[in-house]
Design a protein around this ligand. Structure first.
Ligand SMILES: [Zn+2]
Length: 368
């Protein structure tokens, strides 16, 4: 493992999804020069194993379909699965950006302003800040105002409507602006939407200077660098650090709160890895599904789902509720078989779901 990779891994661990900082080569080398080298490594694939991804993936399987956030969760997961390449290509662009002024760039920032805001990239320059949202969509992309939407027309003529990324980036710039005001900064925030798929055909009803293709982004940024310097060298660093430390970790509570999900909105039971229905029954010492699939270990994934959504400790009662079983002795046996560390006695017995044994078992089965 190289030094740069090690630094990246550490950054990733502190900010679970991916948040990195790059610095212009004009700056005095800091830890950021290490991370900048590792950006493309950092951003590849790793997001899929971030806690945020894991919680969203779990919710995509376990949230009741009637919940108001159900389709949003499915779209978020699809976006995360498809969006990697797009966002990474923007991050990569800044490793070859050599302006005459210092800059910092932060990727995938999650802040609490007047509401939660997730921003793909924030570029900090001494003159202004830029919010950059990236979209990796193919086909014909029609961006309209009033209504604010994006319509994707695929080769087969199929049309898919999305929220307008332009309206989203405007809103994110506004929310970042409010966050900056609260922090005592008076510095303009501008925004860009970057369409990263080179094959996409972009149509707008009117001239939209904030919509650009990846390769023109840095040029467009330079065109907007006007006015006087509002941040010194040091102030730029201080602001970047403030943004980094304000980045909210993707803790499950934040996500459940953000999507207004309560425990009763989660489908309980053991999921069949063959037909994916959550209704396996424990019969004759194994899990059995109506589809014919049988397994001795399907509860391990359920325990992992529980851990991601509700926390690392579970009691016999909570275990029965979550696995949808009635027999407390079966629950006890499954928890003991899982090798989970036990604490307390009798009614106060709790099990810790972080056991190595469970993780190794899941890895062996290729579930994680
Ligand atoms: Zn099944």
């Amino acid at each position: 493992m190289t030094e740069s990779h090690a630094a990246s891994s550490q950054t990733r661990w502190l900010f679970p999804k991916k948040i990195t900082m790059q610095t212009s080569p004009n700056k005095v080398p800091t830890m950021s020069t290490k991370t900048s080298k590792g950006v493309s490594q950092l951003n590849t694939k790793k997001r899929e194993t971030s806690p945020y991804y894991q919680v969203i993936e779990t919710l995509s399987r376990r949230l009741i379909p009637t919940h108001p956030s159900y389709s949003l969760i499915q779209r978020t997961l699809a976006k995360m699965d498809a969006g990697n390449w797009g966002e990474d290509s923007v991050a990569h662009l800044f490793t070859y950006f050599y302006p005459t002024f210092p800059f910092n760039i932060l990727h995938d920032v999650f802040l609490k302003s007047t509401t939660y805001v997730q921003i793909d990239h924030i570029l900090i320059t001494p003159f202004k800040l830029f919010v950059i949202e990236s979209k990796n969509l193919k086909g014909q992309l029609i961006v309209t105002r009033h209504p604010d939407q994006l319509v994707q027309v695929l080769e087969d003529g199929k049309r898919i409507a999305y929220d307008s990324p332009l309206a989203q980036s405007e809103r994110n710039a506004e929310l970042l602006n409010r966050w900056l005001t609260v922090q005592g900064y008076n510095i303009p925030v501008e925004h860009f939407v970057v369409f990263t798929n080179p094959t996409a055909e972009i149509n707008t009803m009117q001239s939209e200077p904030s919509i650009v293709r990846t390769k023109f982004l840095t040029n467009e940024i330079l065109k907007r660098i006007t006015g006087k310097k509002l941040l010194t060298f040091t102030e730029l660093d201080v602001l970047a650090n403030k943004l980094r430390s304000s980045h909210i970790s993707y803790q499950k509570n934040n996500i459940l709160e953000k999507y207004q999900i309560r425990p009763e909105h989660i489908v309980k039971g053991v999921q069949c890895s063959n037909c994916h229905r959550i209704r396996m029954e424990w019969k004759t010492c194994k899990w059995q599904c109506n589809c014919g699939y049988k397994s001795k270990d399907s509860h391990l994934q359920a325990f992992e789902d529980y851990r991601l959504l509700f926390g690392e400790t579970i009691t016999n009662k909570l275990c029965r509720e979550f696995l949808a079983i009635e027999d407390r002795y079966i629950a006890k046996r499954l928890l003991q078989l899982g090798g989970y560390q036990k604490s307390g006695t009798k009614r106060h017995t709790k099990y810790s779901l972080t056991s190595e044994k469970n993780i190794i078992q899941l890895q062996k089965e290729g579930i994680r």
